[in-house]
Design a protein around this ligand. Structure first.
Ligand SMILES: *[C@@H]1O[C@H](CO)[C@@H](O)[C@H](O)[C@H]1NC(C)=O
Ligand SMILES: *[C@@H]1O[C@H](CO)[C@@H](O)[C@H](O)[C@H]1NC(C)=O
Ligand SMILES: *[C@@H]1O[C@H](CO)[C@@H](O)[C@H](O)[C@H]1NC(C)=O
Ligand SMILES: *[C@@H]1O[C@H](CO)[C@@H](O)[C@H](O)[C@H]1NC(C)=O
Length: 422
């Protein structure tokens, strides 16, 4: 491997780049994912050193796709649960499962945002943004809200790995998520966003669900929605039910046992840095009949706002050694394989008490790279792996992981509950 990711600065949290250009049109010619772009996004979010060539690869992919009309619009449903203090919103996959978007209401205005367990700010596109940046986006108009109040002298600035920023002013407003309401929730009203957010048309902001210590409002950090609402919920937790190519849900205050099979296993989370972090120290490929192979204890962050799954180098190497035709592509910064290859299942230890199976068909991150072999003049489609390696001891388990596991985030006792999806 040529990746050198030896240093990691997790405290320099960066909010993910949203980098897809997409027409809000019916998907006629979806080309698959820009794998390098997603890998780059994960590296930047966690301030990992970026391998040579990866930025170029991501940009070339973006250019290649730009001419093609694409985009995927799945019908959004909103299965509201009105009961005690519990709530549910749909988590609708966009751009072929690159991100999951859910509706929230701010001062009565509905806006689709990305629920992100890897950051702790709520901010949205707004009418305060220059017109040139807002085409296609839903915009929050603070003047229109009867409940909005500007919070003077507070602002948010989120810095990206590439130096660009999103920033804006802060106000409080009534925020409702699937029936659960916070009346004075701090909301970042964007007055400036980077091009990466501008081109990610389906997404209109972030809804941070990590711990409030990671909040980027200055001079005074603000609480997340979950921290504000937790004590009033039926149970102090929220759950992520993310599905491949279909609508799942985020729920607050209750665990819907129809969404998972068997009981949940609870794993303590080390929240010192503000992440939903847990230990992991073993793996198996194919099946776990003979138990797991031990590896040096590492940690992983459960991150709904990252697309890919970054695992221990040894796990990735062993995994792809069982995938015929797989190959590390230095210029793409990751492993590809012929798209028609059958992938084995991957079993990973969680907290020494649970084995998470990431199911094979849910783990592929389809990202075909046309590869015309001169000889046969046939195109071999290469897919970009949904699982990639990180040399950091902190692994990032993103949506590729969540598509196999139902996960509960318990704010009362800082633990994660996991079970296979139903
Ligand atoms: C915002 O809302 C106010 C009050 O309804 C309205 O006058 C104004 O035109 C809106 N701004 C934009 C940019 O839509
Ligand atoms: C946290 O709470 C849940 C639900 O009440 C419980 O089942 C679980 O064992 C607790 N986790 C830990 C680590 O104590
Ligand atoms: C699990 O793997 C072992 C070793 O490769 C193999 O002998 C066994 O048949 C496998 N079991 C299942 C259920 O696939
Ligand atoms: C194209 O596919 C062939 C056969 O799998 C492989 O050997 C070659 O490296 C690929 N070329 C590129 C540019 O990916």
């Amino acid at each position: 491997m040529t990746l050198s990711l030896l240093s990691i600065s997790l405290l320099g949290l960066l909010v993910p780049l949203r980098t897809f250009k997409v027409d809000r049109l019916k998907n006629v010619n979806f080309q698959g994912h820009n794998g390098p772009r997603q890998l780059l996004k994960a590296y930047r979010k966690y301030s990992l050193p970026i391998p040579d060539g990866l930025e170029d690869a991501a940009e070339q992919e973006t250019q290649r796709r730009r001419s093609v009309k694409r985009g995927i619009m799945l019908k959004s449903t909103n299965p509201k649960v009105k009961a005690a203090n519990v709530g549910a919103v749909a988590a609708t996959p966009e751009l072929g499962d690159v991100e999951y978007l859910s509706p929230i209401s701010i001062g009565g205005q509905t806006i689709n945002v990305d629920f992100d367990s890897g950051s702790a700010d709520l901010w949205v596109f707004s009418t305060e943004l220059p017109k040139g940046l807002t085409a296609g986006h839903q915009l929050f108009n603070q003047t229109k809200s009867k409940t909005f109040k500007t919070v003077p002298d507070q602002s948010f600035t989120i810095k990206y790995g590439d130096g660009s920023t999103a920033s804006g002013s802060i106000g409080t407003d009534t925020v409702e998520v699937g029936g659960v309401t916070v009346t004075k929730q701090a909301v970042g009203v964007a007055t400036s966003v980077s091009p990466a957010f501008v081109v990610d048309v389906p997404n209109n902001g972030l809804f941070g669900l990590a711990f409030s210590k990671l909040n980027q409002v200055r001079p005074t950090k603000q609480n997340t929605f979950f921290d504000n609402v937790m004590s009033s919920l039926a149970e102090p937790l929220w759950t992520a039910d993310l599905r491949k190519a279909s609508v799942g849900a985020y729920e607050f205050g209750r665990i819907d046992s129809t969404k998972h099979t068997g009981g949940l296993t609870w794993i303590p989370s080390d929240t010192e840095e503000g992440f939903w972090k847990f230990s992991t120290s073993g793996y198996s490929i194919g099946n776990d009949t003979f138990g797991l192979t031990k590896i040096a204890e590492g940690h992983a962050i459960a991150d709904t706002g990252t697309t890919l799954m970054l695992v221990h180098q040894e796990v990735s190497d062993k995994y792809y050694s069982q995938v015929p035709g797989s190959k590390f592509m230095p210029h793409l910064g990751g492993v590809t394989f012929p798209c028609d290859t059958k992938l084995p299942d991957l079993f990973l230890d969680v907290g020494g008490v649970y084995t998470a199976k990431t199911r094979r068909r849910w783990r592929v991150f389809f990202s075909p790279y046309p590869n015309s072999t001169a000889k046969a003049n046939v195109e071999i489609e290469l897919c970009y792996g949904g699982i990639q390696a990180t040399m950091s001891t902190t692994q990032i388990w993103g949506d590729v992981f969540f598509r196999s596991q139902f996960v509960a985030f318990h704010g009362g006792n800082h633990s994660l509950g996991m079970a296979p999806h139903s």
